[in-house]
Design a protein around this ligand. Structure first.
Ligand SMILES: [Fe+2]
Ligand SMILES: [Fe+2]
Length: 165
């Protein structure tokens, strides 16, 4: 699933200004799922949310969709490291991401909704705009793909040992 050249240009115009900020780039030093960093996960969620939305000809605020998706996991810590203050990471990280996003950028209503509601139904409140609903769905698909990719690559890494042994 690919973007048309003009769509790709728009996508890059939304993403590149965010990537100029050191805190956004710092997401690349935290693992999200398996072998995927937070930055790559967020980029994948932004790319596929935009691509799927375009292919389905949805009416969206595309800039808000891409920016919100890119910042939806902007919590800036390694959630795999045990820490009492973030024991409920799954429930609390949307608020941490929103707080960081507000600290560095001007976040509009749709972007806020995307970041805050992307963990539904784990967090109780339903995404109330189309952009947030789409990112919520694509985030789950990307997360499952990243987890399976890691399991499969681990299995294949062990394959020679299985044959020998
Ligand atoms: Fe998340
Ligand atoms: Fe995510």
């Amino acid at each position: 699933m690919k973007l048309k050249p003009d769509e790709m240009e728009f996508f890059r115009a939304c993403i590149l200004p965010l990537l100029e900020y050191e805190p956004v780039c710092r997401m690349d030093s935290y693992v999200q799922h398996g072998n995927t960093t937070c930055l790559k996960h967020s980029l994948a969620v932004a790319y596929y949310s935009y691509t799927i939305g375009k292919r389905l000809r949805l009416k969206c605020d595309w800039a808000a969709l891409v920016r919100g998706a890119m910042l939806h996991d902007f919590f800036l810590y390694d959630w795999h490291v045990r820490d009492k203050s973030r024991r409920w990471h799954g429930f609390t990280h949307p608020k941490a991401a929103l707080s960081n996003a507000n600290r560095h950028f001007i976040i509009n209503r749709r972007e806020r909704e995307i970041i805050l509601k992307h963990m539904w139904p784990l967090t109780p409140s339903f995404p109330r705009c189309r952009e947030a609903a789409l990112v919520c769905l694509v985030d789950k698909v990307c997360s499952v793909a990243e987890i399976f990719e890691s399991i499969v690559s681990r299995f294949y890494r062990n394959l020679p040992a299985l044959i020998e042994g």
